[in-house]
Design a protein around this ligand. Structure first.
Ligand code: DC
Length: 237
């Protein structure tokens, strides 16, 4: 029997976590879970049902009535809210502006942490990215990585990403929002944004995207080799 292999990638917004996790998963032949997309889907639920994002119990009730699924048949996987593909809608400004508040609620976090562990039971080769994957959700993961970058670099990347999607954005404003969202993600009591003890840290500020992916792959393969874990990973570093 092959043991499950979980790779966690955590870090603040704009470090390129999602794209790097997705490419890493492709190179290893693993599945990928974007847990930020799950929090965003709950924020969208609040927007659509006009629930006050401060109202924790109303959010919990709405979550229990809704279905939130990850469709692994596409790469990267798609987030489905009540069976609807919401992958683009969850990136809109109205969702982004409340998601950090939504993610601060205990009732929201317990439900999503449970859902994430459930995903891991069904996908035994998994790269999962977010803020608390290595610290709270999977503290015993095979490899735990912390990705970081200077705030200005992260704001620039986010701005380019949004512009590529046709949105008009002011980089200074993006920087202010990133700083504000990080502060709020760091300050919350539960699952705060924080480097997990014992994780490997990579500062991506001065690395190209391909170098980040390469470094991640090298790290994971070395760790699997050292711990003698057979992973059946595709390709080679
Ligand atoms: O990575 P992202 O920007 O899509 O994340 C959206 C929000 O969700 C962000 O404010 C942090 C929060 N989040 C979280 O609290 N825990 C996670 N595991 C993933 C995201």
């Amino acid at each position: 029997m092959m043991l499950p292999i979980i790779i966690t990638i955590d870090g603040p917004a704009g470090t390129g976590k999602s794209s790097a996790a997705s490419q890493l998963a492709d190179r290893l032949g693993f599945d990928m879970l974007d847990t930020g997309a799950m929090y965003r889907a709950v924020a969208l639920l609040a927007v659509e049902q006009q629930i006050d994002p401060h109202h924790e119990s109303a959010l919990a009730i709405a979550m229990d009535r809704a279905t939130l699924d990850v469709d692994f048949s596409s790469r990267p996987p798609t987030i489905l809210l009540d069976k609807r593909d919401v992958r683009d809608r969850i990136r809109d400004a109205d969702v982004t502006s409340i998601v950090s508040l939504i993610a601060s609620h205990h009732e929201v976090r317990v439900r999503l942490v449970k859902a994430q562990r459930q995903v891991a039971l069904q996908h035994e080769r998994l790269v999962t990215e977010g803020r608390d994957q290595g610290s709270v959700v999977f503290p015993d993961a095979t490899v735990r990585v912390w990705l970081d970058a200077r705030p200005e670099v992260r704001a620039h990347r986010r701005t380019e990403e949004l512009r590529a999607r046709g949105q008009r954005v002011d980089e200074k404003r993006v920087l202010a929002e990133i700083i504000e969202r990080d502060a709020s993600d760091r300050a919350r009591a539960e699952g705060p944004l924080k480097q997990p003890i014992g994780s490997v840290s990579i500062d991506t500020s001065d690395l190209s995207f391909q170098n980040v992916v390469h470094e991640l792959e090298r790290l994971v393969r070395a760790k699997l080799h050292d711990s003698n874990v057979g992973c059946g990973c595709g390709g080679s570093a």
